[in-house]
Design a protein. Sequence first.
Length: 225
Amino acid sequence: MQLFFRQTLILVWKDVLIDLKRKDNLLSMILFAILTLLVFQFAMGEEPEMFQIALPGVIWIVFLMSGVLGLGKSFVQEMETGCMGGLLLAPVDRSVLFLGKMLANTLFLLFTQLLFIPLCLFFFEIEVRNWLELLMVLFFGTVGFSSLGTLLTAMTSTLRGKEMLLPILIFPLMVPSLLCVVRLTDFLFFGAHSEEVWSWWKLLLGFDVVLFTLSLLGFEFIVEE
């Protein structure tokens, strides 16, 4: 068990160092998120109240779109450098490879969110009701997306037209999780739907467990193919 955790941490640290060295992935995601948010705001017209009501949904849609961009780039650089082939030849359990990649993706996506969401709160003058609960929503929303995204990125990384296949596959499957995090974020921003909060939490946690389990089990078959 100790060897399992050690190997996982080594893989996570490898990906973290790569992301720190190559800042283009992070910068492109942040720039894409900000520009997309501005486009949504412009499309709403001169009605700031309408845009603020839609802001929780807009934030998570922007995150999914920029997250797909980041996940795609992370696997492409692994394939181009031959790193993924070397990892598959190493005497390491496939679950270690999945956990290492998934946790590294989760940390990277959380870091971009922690840069992006405070900007939204500052520009639109939103007071969060509970910061700890907001961090929990960000974490559990990201874990499900990262688990499914890691599996689907590995599945499509060697296919032609992978840039189009990944969003086509991941967006419909993330709809239940997206509904949960939007409702919970709406409550933390504006206090709406307070009576439904616990129901959305249970659905989000259950969906994360299902996504993580299926992705972990399916990863071994994907990489063997």
